[in-house]
Design a protein around this ligand. Structure first.
Ligand code: FHN
Length: 445
């Protein structure tokens, strides 16, 4: 090819027209491949941590708000900024946090890089309102967490709020000299900070929030999605980069929205879904640390939630809110450890499984299926006189039925489609048990 043609080709290919790939037009097969690890991992640990851990839910003697305390008590920005000088989490130990996540059976974490209060939990080049410049702690928390994730073999995700109560061009309540210029915030602050996070810490997931503000639009979400995927094509990004989710139910209300998965919050879908989705939930009642919130869900409830979510084809993102000293509250650690103990025995029924069209039988039995479709897992949390009756699935004639955690196969019969499985006198572990059954069933995904 002549030099002149090479030059023209070079100019064309470097032009935005050719360079800008539209990741929103990604083929389904490519998305399935990109999302496979995320869907297989099923269980993640959410971490809400920032300046709001200092007041810990109480301001001027009044309770209310956690990570929302600035808004709840209408704390003026200069007043709220003072928490930065008090933020010195001397007990923070990223490796310890990751061992808690790993012991829980979590396969990824999602950490709040910047919540609505606008405080950056890393050494940002576009602001001094960050952990390195504004606090006595002066350690790059996000780098320590990213390194600990790598060492622990756990995927790393970052939560990032589009809404920003601190930035003069993002918070319409502030009266800067000129009218807030949201586009300026988006182009000279939001996007550069996200580019920093990707380039410095290489996250696997970006988890947006605060998209409900009137300044944010679906078109801006699409532009941001393409911008981020161009920086890291393998990124997995939630649907709160767009405007599509309908409130806390979390699933898209219209087609072709930006984002890869739905985000039900504090709730689980009522039925299974062929779309990617992740239910995020607190263990007590708050995302950020609240010293007076001792309303902890039981380990049994959390395990049953995980089973229900997995049977419906979703992921479960369970939150911890560390203290201002940098410690994950003991009641959270205890419950996460119970989940890890259960998963140690029953993990093959959760990780890397698919949802079934008939994902449940009654209120106390859920089903998942192996990827090859040959094995169905019946997960139950109630049984009568050491028997479990099933009619939704039909084991292969002559096949063996096992209980996870029990060596010997179990006796079973099938009379006109009613399968009765004889359970061991002593069941392994607690709260819920798994039968491994060779049964061919129609897969919902
Ligand atoms: O306003 C936030 C809230 O503080 C928390 O971060 C949750 C967790 O997803 N999301 C928003 C409420 O929907």
């Amino acid at each position: 090819m002549k030099k002149s043609h090479l030059l023209i080709a070079g100019l064309l290919l470097s032009s935005p027209v050719f360079a800008q790939k539209n990741y929103l037009e990604e083929p389904k097969s490519a998305k399935t491949q990109r999302m496979q690890w995320w869907h297989d991992d099923t269980f993640g640990m959410f971490i809400h941590w920032g300046l709001y851990a200092v007041p810990a839910g109480t301001y001027n003697g009044k309770d209310g708000g956690a990570e929302w305390i600035m808004e709840t008590h209408k704390i003026p920005t200069p007043e709220y900024e003072k928490y930065a000088a008090q933020f010195n989490p001397v007990k923070f130990d990223a490796k310890k946090w990751l061992s808690i996540a790993k012991d829980a059976g979590a396969k990824y974490i999602v950490f709040t890089s910047k919540h609505h209060d606008g405080f950056s939990m890393w050494d940002s080049q576009v602001t001094n309102y960050d952990i390195m410049d504004a606090t006595p702690f002066k350690r790059d928390i996000i780098k320590e967490l990213a390194d600990a994730c790598k060492a622990a073999g756990i995927k790393f995700g970052l939560y990032h709020s589009i809404m920003d109560w601190h930035h003069p061009n993002a918070n319409p309540k502030l009266k800067p000299a000129e009218k807030p210029d949201f586009a300026k915030y988006r182009e000279t602050y939001l996007k550069p900070q996200l580019a920093e996070l990707i380039k410095k810490y290489n996250p696997d997931i970006l988890w947006f929030d605060g998209e409900w503000i009137s300044e944010w639009t679906e078109d801006q979400g699409k532009d941001l999605y393409n911008y981020l995927r161009a920086l890291k094509p393998s990124l997995v990004i939630n649907n709160r980069i767009s405007k599509a989710r309908g409130g806390m139910e979390g699933m898209n209300k219209y087609e072709n929205a930006a984002g890869d998965f739905g985000t039900p919050e504090q709730e689980i879908l009522k039925t299974n879904s062929q779309d990617y989705w992740e239910s995020c939930m607190t263990i007590n009642n708050n995302w950020g640390f609240v010293k007076n919130d001792q309303n902890w869900k039981s380990g049994e409830t959390l395990i049953n939630n995980l089973v229900d979510v997995a049977a419906k084809g979703g992921n479960y993102l369970l939150n911890v809110g560390p203290t201002a000293e940098g410690e994950i509250p003991a009641p959270s650690v205890e419950r996460l450890a119970e989940m890890g103990k259960w998963l140690k025995l029953n993990k093959q029924a959760i990780y890397g499984t698919n949802s079934l069209t008939n994902y449940k039988e009654g209120d106390h039995i859920r089903f998942t299926q192996s990827k090859d479709g040959k094995t169905t897992y019946a997960i139950f949390n109630q049984q009568d006189n050491n028997e479990l009756k099933l009619s939704t699935i039909q084991p292969k004639v002559g096949s063996k039925i096992y209980m996870l955690g029990v060596k010997e196969p179990l006796a079973w019969s099938n009379t006109n489609g009613t399968v009765v499985v004889k359970l061991p006198a002593t069941l392994p572990g607690q709260y819920a048990w798994v039968l491994k059954i060779q049964a061919e069933n129609r897969n919902s995904r």
